[in-house]
Structures are given as C-alpha cells and as structure tokens.
Design a protein around this ligand. Structure first.
Ligand SMILES: [Zn+2]
Length: 235
C-alpha cells in the first residue's frame, strides 16, 4: 500500500528534504595566525565589528584543543543527521586551516538556505564551574530579527535533549537555565536562518574535560544534538 510505504519512509528519514548547517567552532591553525584571526570583520547591524575568530578555549591538557573537539562532535552529529535524511553543510571538515571568520560562517548557512544552523563549541570557563549552555540570538544587532523566535525554540530543544542525555547545566552562566541570549556573536547576528550555539562543557574543569575525552560521551552528545534538530524540523 503506497500510503503506508510513504509513512514508513518518512519515519525512517524524518529529515528528508531539509538542510542543516553544522559549524565546528574555530580551527586548528587559528592560534598560529593571530593577525588573520584578530582582524576585525562585520559582526552585526549598526556597524558592529568583531575579531574574525579566536583560537578557541585554551586549556593546559596539551593534546585536545577546542577546535579539534568541536570538529569531532560536528562530524559525529553530521553523520547522524545524514542518516536521518538531511543534507548537511559543514563549515569545515579538517582541522588544519585558519578561520573562516564569523561573518563567513554565517554566510555559509545563509548561502545554503539552511533550515537550521548549529555552531558547536566547548567553553573555557572558571575551573570550578561545570556544564553545558546553549546560546540563542537576540533581536539587537541581528540582520534578520525574524530568526530570533525559531532560534530560541531550537535552543530550547537543544537544552532539552542535552538534559535528557544526562549532561549538567552550566553552573557559571545562565543561572542554572542552561540557556542565554547574546547579541555579541557575529555568527548569530549575521545569520538569516534559525541558529544556535552550544557550549558543550567547560574544558577548564577536570571532570568536564574527562567527560569530553570519552568517545561514548561524545556519541551521546552527538545523538542529543541530532535529536534536537529532528524534533525541530521533522514534520
Ligand atoms: Zn569556542
């Protein structure tokens, strides 16, 4: 029966026909190229400008940089999203480059006409603080205020899935809400498609750093991120 087959197909590929921009924060060679990374670029309305990018949260654990971790989680998430039927556009697939700048990161999602954009980060907060938080845009400085409401809905779904995955909410930002709105992030301000950032944990906290070092936890995080996208986009 055709109708039954279509229902089965939609259930198997709930993201068929959608495009998701997955943005792994920073890049592996940023720290070695300060003049490129520190140059100021457009980052919001009203002439707001900001540095192209940063090197990412620095920790003293040597090997695993934030840029590398972000890419690993981004790849795991992208794999899941593709399996669910989405077309995935990645900002970067390697960790040897510089940038792109925050304005270009937003432009990638815009050019792809993404249904959703997700920027993946891991914070460098106070060593005593733990946990994840999600960041959504505000109407201040955004080029397209219409994206604020859907971005906030997506951010709440991300929080719900990360909660369900057993991650703790941030103890040092957001007063335990696990969600903040910011107007100082060019990647959000310049997005014309609904977008949120996740700061998955605090890499300066030893317990959080251990958690992010475990492959099983990274898979669990990627699953939570993909589920949040599915809950937001699936019809
Ligand atoms: Zn970051």
């Amino acid at each position: 029966m055709i109708a039954g087959a279509l229902v089965a197909f939609a259930a198997a590929l709930p993201l068929a026909g959608t495009t998701v921009h997955v943005d792994a924060g920073h890049n592996g060679a940023n720290a070695a190229h300060p003049s490129q990374i520190n140059r100021r670029v457009p980052a919001g309305t009203g002439g707001y400008r900001k540095a192209c990018d940063t090197a990412g949260a620095q920790t003293d654990d040597g090997g695993l940089t934030e840029a590398r971790l972000n890419l690993d989680i981004a790849r795991r998430t992208a794999r899941r999203l593709r399996r669910l039927g989405a077309r995935v556009v990645m900002t970067r697939t390697g960790n040897d480059g510089v940038g792109p700048c925050v304005n270009e990161r937003a432009a990638i999602g815009n050019r792809a006409h993404a249904d959703l954009a997700l920027s993946i980060h891991a914070d460098g907060g106070p060593p005593g603080g733990r946990g994840f938080h999600v960041i959504a845009p505000t109407s201040r400085r955004t080029v397209r205020p219409k994206i604020v409401a859907p971005s906030l809905r997506f951010a709440r779904r991300l929080r719900a899935r990360l909660d369900a995955a057993g991650l703790r909410r941030c103890t040092y930002i957001g007063s335990g809400s696990g969600l903040v709105q910011r107007s100082d992030l060019g990647g959000l301000n310049l997005s014309r498609v609904p977008k949120a950032f996740v700061e998955l944990a605090n890499r300066r906290n030893p317990a959080d750093a251990r958690l992010l070092g475990r492959m099983r936890e990274r898979d669990r995080i990627a699953m939570a991120l993909a589920r949040a996208v599915t809950r937001t986009l699936a019809r």
